[in-house]
Design a protein around this ligand. Structure first.
Ligand code: SF4
Length: 474
């Protein structure tokens, strides 16, 4: 759970306490370990002569130091779930051990949220730790989508901060709401214009609503409990909030225009209410029922003109959506969509007056700082929540309403909430790591800080334009 540490001076330090929450459903192992029994038997007989028959544990455990051959009958029934793919066994005993990727494991996720991402997210949700690949990174250094953006972490021109190890505090607090560009005061010194209307959450992550196929009383209780433990927000449909009595300062009711008459059933004014699509009547009903609540508009990423139109109608918090693969209906990627939305408000001179929350295609810890660099204030997590809960993807899961997911039958609220808390702990640590390397002390300064971003297509163009064979990326 998250907690505030205080040192007696009134100073609070935000900390997320991760606790191990192992898998509740058996997933296919990453590797298949095939052992020829005759070869193994010969090895074991040799080992018995070498170590003596009493050293049963040693004899049966070899040649794997990760415990794959350490079950009750040793390598005759290899424990594949322990295999890390180091290949020591097959290098030492190529005649009778063979290690290969498990095709079943590769079926987890879909083409965007592929099995590698599932591996990372499940490790993060299980342990709350930062995955360490070790032995050097052997993948590509650039590519499409998020991989075409790099962050500038030059420590030569900026002092490195140390947030992840706790020696220096890096703030991940973000403001949700509206701040006017300037304040005005009357003759008595009292503000007579618009005043800031914001609240803060301790990390730039909120939990988005789940698609119909993953929605249930249990999953709503999980996201509500995790948001409360983290001190952040969970977006939950109004119907579920009322039906399961989930009202809390950490729950954001998501209201459809047809539900405006149910608003008055809420016992308390939510800090934030999300409108599911634009509807002038619904906005009026929210203002009339809960004048003190902030209102967010949940819409797909749209043009600058549309965004400014809604802001003129009084919307100050936008929750912008791409599909689960990070695309809009025209194929534009979420990275470019965020930049365009941010730029629209910067050019209109009102960026400080609005909060931008984004969802869709943001599935790795590194996507959080990148999305904030591009202009978001906070990210609402969607498919990572499902993967953290060991949810299965059925087919290509792209559209929000129609994608099919299934969650483990043994799901419990306690386990699920801890998995999400662990995921947030791991992703926050990775955010701190990146901000530390950039020399930044708070995440609010990261927003739209394009001086810290580099784009592969720009760098390639600068380096290769005019060189025969070079074709600019789109
Ligand atoms: S590949 Fe490595 S971890 Fe896997 S069984 Fe062989 S020795 Fe053990």
């Amino acid at each position: 759970m998250a907690e505030n540490e205080t040192n007696g001076s009134g100073y609070h330090r935000y900390h997320i306490r991760a606790e191990r929450a192992g898998d509740i459903e058996k997933w296919p192992s990453r590797f298949r370990v095939e052992v020829k029994r005759a070869g193994l038997a010969k090895l074991i007989i040799g080992e018995v002569f070498h170590y003596g028959p009493r050293n049963k544990d040693v004899i049966l455990s070899r040649p794997c130091m990760y415990g794959v051959f350490s079950g009750p009958v040793g390598g005759f029934a290899p424990r594949e779930q322990h295999c890390v793919g180091c290949l020591r066994c097959t290098t030492e005993f190529p005649d009778f051990v063979r290690v290969s990727h498990n095709a079943e494991r590769r079926k987890l996720g879909d083409s965007y949220f592929d099995f590698r991402v599932v591996d990372s997210v499940s490790y993060e949700a299980e342990s709350g730790l930062v995955p360490v690949k070790g032995a050097g990174y052997r993948g590509k250094f650039g590519g499409e989508g998020w991989d075409g953006m790099w962050t500038d972490m030059s420590e030569i021109v900026r002092p490195t901060r140390d947030g992840i190890h706790g020696r220096e505090f890096i703030s991940t607090v973000v403001d949700i709401g509206a701040r006017p560009n300037f304040l005005s005061f009357d003759a008595d010194g009292k503000p007579n214009g618009r005043t800031p209307h914001v609240f803060q959450i301790p990390l730039p992550l909120v939990l988005d609503t789940l698609p119909p196929s993953a929605a249930s009383e249990k999953t709503w209780r999980i996201t509500a409990a995790a948001a409360a433990q983290l001190g952040t927000l969970a977006v939950i449909p109004l119907g579920a909030v009322l039906q399961y009595n989930l009202e809390s300062p950490h729950v954001v009711p998501l209201v459809k225009p047809s539900e405006k008459d149910n608003l008055h059933v809420l016992a308390h004014a939510p800090r934030l209410i999300e409108m599911d699509g634009w509807d002038e009547g619904l906005l009026r009903a929210i203002h009339d029922t809960f004048p003190e609540s902030l209102v967010a508009l949940r819409i797909p990423f749209t043009s600058a003109k549309e965004l400014l139109k809604f802001s003129k109608k009084g919307i100050r918090v936008f929750h912008l959506l791409a599909d689960y693969h990070g695309r809009d209906p025209h194929g534009a990627f979420v990275l470019d969509l965020i930049r365009a939305a941010h730029k629209a408000f910067v050019e209109a001179g009102i960026r400080q007056e609005v909060t931008l929350i984004g969802s869709g295609g943001i599935i790795h810890a590194e996507h959080i700082p990148k999305a904030i660099l591009c202009g978001l204030d906070a990210v609402a997590l969607d498919t990572p929540v499902i993967a953290a809960l060991q949810g299965r993807f059925h087919g290509e899961c792209r559209e929000r309403e129609t994608s099919r997911f299934s969650l483990p039958r043994k799901l419990t609220v306690e386990w699920g909430a801890q998995r999400l808390v662990n995921l947030a702990a791991s992703w926050r640590d990775q955010l701190l790591e990146i901000m530390g390397a950039m020399g930044l002390r708070e995440v609010r300064r990261l927003r739209g800080e394009m001086g810290r971003a580099m784009f592969m297509k720009d760098l390639e163009r600068d380096a290769f334009l005019g060189v025969q064979g070079y074709e600019p990326r789109r």
